[in-house]
Every structure is written in C-alpha cells, then in structure tokens.
Write a protein that binds this ligand. Sequence first.
Ligand SMILES: NC(=O)c1ccc[n+]([C@@H]2O[C@H](COP(=O)([O-])OP(=O)(O)OC[C@H]3O[C@@H](n4cnc5c(N)ncnc54)[C@H](O)[C@@H]3O)[C@@H](O)[C@H]2O)c1
Length: 281
Amino acid sequence: MITSFTDKVAVVTGGASGIGYAMAERFLTEGAKVVIADIEQAALDAALRTLGARGEVIGVRTDVSDTASLQNLADRTVEAFGKVNVVCNNAGVETGGTFLNVPEQAWRWVMDVNFFGVLNGCRIFLPLLQQQEEAHIVNTASVAAFNSGSATMMPYCASKFAVLGMTESLEIELRGAGSHVGVSLLAPGPVRTRMPEAERNRPRTVPAATEPARVAVMEALARASAEIGLDPAHVAGLVVDAIRHNQFFVLTHPEMATAGVHKRLRWMETGEAPPVRVPGT
Ligand SMILES: NC(=O)c1ccc[n+]([C@@H]2O[C@H](COP(=O)([O-])OP(=O)(O)OC[C@H]3O[C@@H](n4cnc5c(N)ncnc54)[C@H](O)[C@@H]3O)[C@@H](O)[C@H]2O)c1
C-alpha cells in the first residue's frame, strides 16, 4: 500500500488534459515524479510547461490503443526514473450515434482506447509494479459502467462496462494471490473536461458522428459538463485518498453509480424494465 507519494513514480495516460492532468498535478504536489502520456503532442508540451514548475515530470507521446506505444511508455519511464509505483490508465474517448449509424471503425476506436488501452496498460505495467514494495493501479471507467441506455453512447458504455469487469476481476485475482499491488476503479460522473470534444482525437478511419440525435446529446453533455461538472482537481484528490487507503471504488457521484446498479437489480429481480431516458435530459 502506498502511504506516501514522496519519490514515488506515477504514470498517467491521457495526462495532458482534464482528469489525467489534474492527477498528474496532484501527484507532483504530493512529491511524486510523474510521467504524462498523451496522444496530443501540443497538449503534452503545454502541460509540461505548466507542470514543470511543480516538480520532476516528463512527457511521452503515447497512443494507448497501440501496445508497442504503451511498451515504449514503460521503457521510457524506467529509463528516466528507474521504477514505477502508480499507473493511472485514464485516457479515454467517446463517439457514437443510434445503433445502426455507428460504424465498426467507431466501435473499434472506442474499445481500443477505452478498454484495450486500460487492459494493455495493466498487462505491461503490472510486472514493473510487482517489483516495488508500494504499488497501485488506477483504471478510469465512468458512471456509464453502471448505467446502460444513455442515448447514442453505446460504444462508450460497452467500453466502460468492460473496464469495470476487467478491473474488478484483476483486483480479486491479485488480492486472492496476496499481491501487494493495489487496484482502484475511478468511475466519475460529470467532470469539467474536454471529454465532450473527444472526437478531436478520432483517427481518419472513423467518420464524424453527425446525426442530429447524436449532436443533441453531445450539446447537452457539454452544457452539463460546464454547468454541473466537478473540478478535475477534486477528482484527483479522491484518487490520491483512494490509493492511500487502498480503496477500490472511487466514485465522484456515488448516487449515479448506485442508481444504475439498483435499476439493474430491480430489472433482474422483478422483470420490471427501467424507464427509457429521453436524449438530452
Ligand atoms: N469528464 C467526464 O465527465 C468523465 C466522466 C466519466 C468518465 N470520464 C473518463 O475520464 C477519463 C479522462 O477523460 P477527461 O474527462 O479528462 O477528458 P479529456 O478529453 O479532457 O482528457 C482525455 C485525454 O486523453 C487523451 N487521449 C485520447 N486518446 C488517446 C490515446 N489513444 N492515447 C493516449 N491519450 C489519449 C486526450 O488527448 C486527452 O488529453 C476518460 O477515460 C473518460 O472516459 C470522464
């Protein structure tokens, strides 16, 4: 269990923006050395300029959907700092539409970044974490991991369900084996970040999601994010506390997460289907 972050080494994917940036900033404030990994070179450069004043930080351009790129991230981390204590598999993207309007390439992009990026981050970094006495993995899911049925967000929802299933199973396996590597699942509700503009990182093979139902949902999401979204720094504080206490679930909006689980439980136990949610509400 990590009791102090002083001189620990933390890797954060998607660390150039939003929640990842806030986690990187907080780890630096706590005395850790930080590696920021992100696919956006310009954002990475800007983050390093700001965070460089806070402590020892490097940036490694990384595409988490590419296993070789993640391996390079691990190699560069060990080269720079000699070890890894904390890995936050946090990079995430979103695109969607009504079911028949979502092409396979869009599904693959979202699954490759949100699920395989997290999975391969665990596969590549776990052996390095096992070499350290104090080590922890934080995988970012979403309240979407507990709530199906958000209009036009099916690939995102499926990817976050997959992160939940994999991360819970990993925690159970490691704890059962007596491993000292802790595992947490961060499942945020609305946080004020650039997530509503996630398509900015869409590969050329993925068409823009332009159907009106989808655009309306994204506009509503952007409004909600700006109006009621939490400050990412608050989320970073919850993550640091969870690592310190080896706490599995990190829920920024526990009522949204548990409502999803209760809804499913009622559905399973009584057969009563949950109400249909109207897009944009
Ligand atoms: N903001 C929210 O309301 C919210 C809610 C639930 C879950 N989340 C999750 O939080 C995580 C962080 O997102 P955020 O809200 O800070 O959004 P953000 O867009 O501000 O940050 C995401 C970062 O990931 C990077 N990224 C995208 N694709 C990448 C790739 N292939 N390889 C490496 N980096 C890549 C982006 O460049 C960006 O810097 C995501 O997993 C997201 O699904 C966010």
